[in-house]
Design a protein around this ligand. Structure first.
Ligand SMILES: [Mn+2]
Length: 363
């Protein structure tokens, strides 16, 4: 993980003595802790990673997570009761003057503790931008985990398809999908599974509820799995029974927008140009203005892992970034269509990592 730590320091530019990534209580756990240490299991509440400019790192961990932390091969500072971290923090902060913190993920309470135990003349600097920059470009191990998360999600979706039929509740479809993902080796879902049937599909961030699926529904199914702490993010829209002309047109419009964006997903392209490729296509149809969110986002240790591809995005794509390509059209009261894939940026262009069938599936 030395390279990852070095990359964070390099992105900071300024000289720093130390970077501290400090976790609080779930969900206030900084995923960068796992990025920098390479730990792939455990929760690590109240734990911290100490990063040094030479790329080395140390972990302050509770005894609860000692075994998971050991696998990192990094030096450990283990605490067994509540009073111990104070002593460890004071020792580890000693002699450091310029200390980097990931302000985007550090709670104010944890920051106050760091201040308390740091030398009086220490200065804290926010390095969250440098951390995001480092995490945006994935290394081989990260790509391998995301690919596995995509494979599990794709396969589980196909296994769930026969279960989707009139009379089944959205929530039942969601649980069936999560069941298959975990059975296929996922640690769990990477976010709350969305199954939006009929009019519910018009709300992009609807989750899943008691509505029973009806004949003629479009169903937006947005899901992903977690593998070795890495996420996948996929959306498929299915139709119950033969699609109407309107449903087919909506679907084809979104499918063409997704392809148009994919063709732009190559190194050197700005996020806003990728978004525009899909948006201009949709806005040239009767669905103008109904693509109401950004085109995509980075995926990694978090399902929204940093940068995004949207109308004003200045983010420049680089090889080995992993981004979603997820245009949609939402017609209030009628329903929605979204098609989403997790995409690896390669020197030759965007490559779908998720492989679940992409055409309009009739169930
Ligand atoms: Mn997404």
């Amino acid at each position: 993980m030395r390279e990852r730590v070095k990359r964070i320091f390099k992105n900071v530019g300024d000289h720093l003595d130390l970077i501290v990534l400090m976790n609080s209580t779930e969900p206030h756990v900084d995923m960068s802790f796992f990025y920098a240490t390479g730990v792939t299991d455990g929760i690590f509440e109240g734990c911290a990673a100490w990063l040094h400019p030479d790329g080395s790192a140390e972990i302050m961990t509770s005894a609860l997570e000692e075994q998971a932390a050991k696998k990192s091969g990094l030096p450990l500072h283990i605490f067994r009761h509540r009073e111990e971290p104070a002593k460890i923090l004071r020792n580890l902060l000693k002699g450091h003057r310029r200390i980097g913190i990931n302000a985007a993920e550090l709670t104010y309470e944890a920051y106050t503790r760091l201040r308390k135990y740091a030398p009086k003349n220490a200065r804290f600097l926010d390095v969250s931008g440098a951390v995001v920059q480092a995490r945006l470009v994935k290394d081989a191990a990260e790509i391998e985990s995301i690919q596995k998360a995509c494979d599990i999600a794709s396969r589980s979706f196909e296994e769930t398809l026969p279960f989707i039929r009139p009379g089944v509740e959205e929530a039942e479809v969601a649980s069936e999908l999560v069941y298959h993902m975990q059975k296929n080796g996922a640690t769990g879902p990477s976010f709350r599974t969305i199954v939006g049937s009929g009019p519910n599909g018009a709300e992009p961030h609807y989750t899943a509820g008691p509505r029973k699926i009806e004949k003629g529904d479009l169903i937006v199914i947005d899901f992903g799995s977690l593998y070795r702490m890495y996420c996948s993010d996929v959306t498929r829209t299915v139709v119950v029974g033969p699609p109407s002309e309107e449903q087919r047109l909506m679907f084809d419009t979104v499918a063409r927008a997704q392809e148009a964006a994919l063709a732009k997903m190559r190194p050197g392209t700005k996020g806003k140009a990728v978004d525009a490729a899909a948006r201009s296509l949709i806005d040239a149809t009767k669905y103008k203005g109904l693509f109401i969110h950004g085109l995509g986002h980075s995926v990694g240790l978090a399902v929204h892992d940093g940068g995004g591809l949207h109308m004003t995005s200045e983010l420049v794509l680089k090889s080995n970034m992993v981004m979603t390509d997820e245009p949609g059209v939402y017609v209030p009261g009628f329903g929605g269509v979204r098609i989403e894939d997790t995409v690896l940026i390669t020197p030759k262009g965007g490559q779908y990592m998720s492989t679940a069938p992409r055409e309009l599936l009739v169930v």
